[in-house]
Design a protein around this ligand. Structure first.
Ligand code: HEC
Length: 205
């Protein structure tokens, strides 16, 4: 069974590679990937169009279920830059230059909000509904620019105070972010296990 699975995966990869070469670009070339912009000080610029990237999922850690203050409150809307998404779908791997944004929103509260769970009642049922934007994080894979970061992954925040977010950001120290992703994320520092769109994209790999 496992032999059959890996054979299928290898054929899919060969097919993807053949298709890519026929289309005029190679999977190994990073110039097909739209990467982040940096200023002269080496700070990354806030991406302007991330809400148009591929939306892959929305983990939810309500404050009410996390002692009143979740480390990343509360909805985490995750978007992958489209050229990186295409590469991931074709190969099951994240290319150099990959950008993944995570935008945070609070849950809505009103008179029906349950103080123990943070959930409230709406016409569709009892649950969680997205409120205001409260933060923006970015993950970038760039081994050339960040050779000391495990996997070449650098982590950024444009603020946890709502809009407008900061226009630039500097990379966090490895221990602040990268280490937890290294230990717990399923696919090259990315928590694909929590994103149905990415699980579907990697089905053939
Ligand atoms: C204690 C573990 C932990 C730490 C520390 C951590 N993260 Fe994450 N991160 C997660 C988990 C789990 C997810 C996916 C599920 C979720 O969002 O709840 C995630 C998801 C992300 C994502 C979406 C892409 C992905 O890899 O799934 C970004 C962007 C992100 N984190 C940025 C950061 C930044 C920036 C820091 C440091 C300030 C940080 N993370 C620190 C656990 C961590």
């Amino acid at each position: 069974m496992s032999l059959r699975f890996s054979t299928t995966g290898a054929s899919a990869l060969a097919l993807a590679a053949t298709f890519s070469l026929a289309a005029g670009w190679s999977l190994a070339q990073d110039d097909t990937i739209i990467s982040a912009q940096f200023n002269d000080a080496g700070e990354v610029l806030q991406p302007t169009d991330y809400r148009r990237w591929v939306f892959v999922g929305a983990p939810l850690t309500p404050n009410a279920l996390n002692g009143g203050e979740a480390p990343f409150p509360e909805f985490h809307n995750v978007y992958v830059e489209p050229s990186a998404f295409d590469h991931f779908e074709a190969t099951g791997t994240w290319p150099e230059g990959t950008q993944i944004a995570k935008e945070l929103t609070m849950v809505q509260t009103d008179d029906s909000t349950n103080p123990d769970t943070g959930a409230n009642a709406q016409v569709s049922g009892f649950g969680y509904f997205q409120g205001d934007f409260v933060g923006l994080e970015l993950l970038i894979k760039d081994n050339a620019r960040y050779p000391d970061e495990p996997g070449g992954w650098a982590f950024f925040s444009f603020g946890h105070g709502g809009e407008p977010y900061a226009e630039t950001a500097t990379a966090f120290p490895t221990d602040s972010c990268n280490a937890c992703h290294a230990d717990n994320a399923e696919t090259d520092f990315v928590f694909t296990q929590f994103y149905p769109v990415l699980r579907a994209a990697m089905k053939n790999h």
